[in-house]
Design a protein around this ligand. Structure first.
Ligand SMILES: *Cc1c(COP(=O)(O)O)cnc(C)c1O
Length: 496
C-alpha cells in the first residue's frame, strides 16, 4: 500500500550502482523512466536494493514458509505461467487442487464417503478462506431469518479478542458486528463459556482459533461445541462453529490426533487452514473446507461458462497463479502423513529447546503452552533494565527478527516477544538465538539504555505517577509511546 508522505530529493530519485558494469544514471523513483535499460542492469539494480530486506529464514515473526526443496522450486517455476482460473485449459492443475481439498478434508475428518468429494476450495491464504466461510454463515443465517419472517439486518459473530486481524476485516467489509470475548491476565484465549453467553439469535457463528496468533494456544473447541449444543437445545437456535486453524490445522492432526477440534464435532461446519504456514508452502495458499454441501449456500457458488466449460467457483478474486497449489500437492505427497508428523515433532522439539534455554536465563515468563502451535511467547519478569521492545530492537542487530507486541484487550498491559518455530528453524538456530539473547542482556547490563521506561499505555500511566524517581518524559519517550500504540494496531498484521 502506498501512503502519501513528504518527499525529499532522495525520495524522488534513486541512484543505481555506478561502480558496477551495469551502472547508469539516477532513475525517477515514482515516475516510470522515459527510457528502457538493459535486462542485466534492471536485475542488478533491483537485486542490490533488495539486499536491505531482512533475511527470511531469520524472520521469526512469521508463520509463513520460507524454504522448500529444489524439486518443488522447479515445479513452481515450471507452472509460474499458468493462470489457475483457466480450468478448462489446465485440467490437471484443477485435478491437483481437488486432490488437495480431498486430502485436507479427510485429514480434518469431514464426514465423506469413500467415493464422495470433500467440499472446499484453495484460496490465497486463510484471510480469503475466512471471508468465504464468514459469508457462507451470514447467508445461511439470513436465509433462515427470512424464512421465519424475522429481521435479518443485524448479524453478529462471536470470537475471542485474540482473533487475527482478518476477522475484523471480515466484520467490517461484510457488515457483521464482531462481538469479542475479552481475555485476561494469565488466560489469553477465548473462554468458551463466555463466548456461548454472548451468542444471541443474530449470531451467525462462533469462531474458535486453533492456534492463537498471540501465543499459539489452542482454544477449547470441544467444550465450545458441548456448551453450544446445550444452548441450542434450550433456545431452539442452531448456532454453529467455524474453526480458524490457520496455524494449527497441520499441527493438531499430527501431534495431537486424539484432540477433537475438527469435523468430529457436530457443530463445526467449516475450517480454514493456511497452506503457507504449517502446510509448508511459500506465501499465497490457504484452504477452506465445509462439513457438507448443505453448509455452503448454493447461491454463493458461481457457475460460469468460461471458455466453453461450466466451472463452479467460490472465491473473491478471479485470476491467480497455479504454483502454490501445485507446491501444496507436492508437499502432501512428498511428505505424506509420516513426513508431516516428523516435521511437526521437530518443530515442537525445537520450541522446547528455545523455551528451556529461555527459562534457564531466569528472567522471562513463558506465555505460550507446550501443547499448541510451536511458538515461544515470553515476557520479561522485570523491565527495569529494558523492556520487550528494546530487547527486540537489540536482537535485530544480530540479524534476528523477533517481534514485541502487547497482548489483546484487557491484557494489553502485558508485552510479549514471540518466536515462531517453523520447519526451517533448526535446533542450532534455536541455540544461537538463546545465546544472542544472553549477549544482549549482558550488553544491557553493561550499558543500560538511557531512557528505560515501560512503554505500554496503561503502565505508562502508573509510571507517570510513581516515577518521582526522576525519569523525565523525553521526546524519545513520546516517540516510543507512539510506536507502542502503532505496534498495538500493527501487531495483528505482523502476527500473520
Ligand atoms: C495467519 C492467520 C490468519 C491469516 O492467514 P493468512 O493465511 O495469512 O491470510 C488468520 N487467523 C489466524 C489464527 C492466523 O494465524
Amino acid at each position: 500500500m502506498v501512503f502519501p508522505k513528504p518527499a525529499s530529493e532522495s525520495d524522488l530519485v534513486f541512484h543505481s550502482n555506478f561502480a558496477s558494469p551495469y551502472g547508469g544514471d539516477s532513475l525517477p523513483r515514482f515516475d516510470m523512466p522515459e527510457n528502457s535499460m538493459s535486462k542485466e542492469s534492471a536485475y542488478q539494480n533491483i537485486h542490490d536494493e533488495l539486499q536491505l530486506d531482512g533475511i527470511p529464514k531469520l524472520n521469526l515473526a512469521s508463520f509463513v514458509t520460507t524454504a522448500m526443496e529444489e524439486e518443488c522450486n522447479k515445479l513452481i517455476m515450471e507452472s509460474i505461467n499458468k493462470n489457475y482460473v483457466d480450468m478448462d485449459e489446465y485440467p490437471v492443475t484443477t485435478e491437483l487442487h481437488n486432490r488437495c481439498v480431498n486430502m485436507i478434508g479427510r485429514l480434518f475428518n469431514a464426514p465423506i464417503g469413500e467415493n464422495d468429494d470433500a467440499i472446499g476450495v484453495g484460496t490465497v491464504g486463510s484471510s480469503e478462506a475466512i471471508m468465504l466461510a464468514g459469508l457462507a454463515f451470514k447467508k445461511r443465517w439470513q436465509n433462515k431469518r427470512k424464512a421465519q419472517g424475522k429481521p435479518f439486518d443485524k448479524p453478529n459473530i462471536v470470537t475471542g479478542a485474540n482473533v487475527q486481524v482478518c476477522w475484523e476485516k471480515f466484520a467490517r467489509y461484510f457488515e457483521v458486528e464482531l462481538k469479542e470475548v475479552k481475555v485476561r491476565e494469565g488466560y489469553y484465549v477465548m473462554d468458551p463459556a463466555k463466548a456461548v453467553d454472548m451468542v444471541d439469535e443474530n449470531t451467525i457463528c462462533v469462531a474458535a482459533i486453533l492456534g492463537s496468533t498471540y501465543n499459539g494456544e489452542f482454544e477449547d473447541v470441544k467444550l465450545l461445541n458441548d456448551l453450544l449444543l446445550e444452548k441450542n437445545k434450550q433456545t431452539g437456535w442452531d448456532t454453529a462453529i467455524h474453526v480458524d486453524a490457520a496455524s494449527g490445522g497441520f499441527i493438531a492432526p499430527f501431534l495431537y490426533p486424539e484432540l477433537e477440534w475438527d469435523f468430529r464435532l457436530p457443530l463445526v461446519k467449516s475450517i480454514n487452514v493456511s497452506g503457507h504456514k504449517y502446510g509448508l508452502v511459500y506465501a499465497g495458499i490457504g484452504w477452506v473446507l465445509w462439513r457438507t454441501k448443505e453448509d455452503l449456500p448454493e447461491e454463493l457458488v458461481f457457475h460460469i461458462n468460461y471458455l466453453g466449460a461450466d466451472q463452479p467457483t467460490f472465491t473473491l478474486n478471479f485470476s491467480k497463479g497455479s504454483s502454490q497449489i501445485i507446491a501444496q500437492y507436492y508437499q502432501l505427497i512428498r511428505l505424506g502423513k509420516e513426513g508431516y508428523q516428523s516435521v511437526m515433532e521437530k518443530c515442537r522439539d525445537n520450541a522446547m529447546v528455545l523455551k528451556e534455554g529461555l527459562e534457564k536465563i531466569g528472567c522471562f515468563n513463558i506465555l505460550s503452552k507446550d501443547n499448541g502451535v510451536p511458538v515461544v511467547a515470553f515476557s520479561l519478569k522485570d523491565t527495569n533494565l529494558c523492556n520487550e521492545y528494546e530487547l527486540s530492537e537489540k536482537l535485530r542487530r544480530y540479524g534476528w527478527i523477533v517481534p514485541a507486541y502487547p497482548m489483546p484487550p484487557a491484557a494489553q498491559h502485558i508485552n510479549v516477544l514471540r518466536v515462531v518455530i517453523r520447519a526451517e528453524f533448526s535446533r542450532t538456530l534455536a541455540e544461537h538465538l538463546v545465546h544472542d539473547i544472553i549477549n544482549v542482556l549482558n550488553e544491557l547490563e553493561k550499558h543500560p539504555p538511557k531512557h528505560t521506561t515501560k512503554v505500554n499505555n496503561d503502565i505508562k500511566e502508573e509510571r507517570a505517577v510513581d516515577d518521582s524517581a526522576g525519569i523525565k518524559r523525553t521526546a524519545l519517550d513520546a516517540q516510543r509511546e507512539i510506536i507502542s500504540q502503532e505496534a498495538n494496531k500493527r501487531q495483528k498484521i505482523l502476527a500473520a
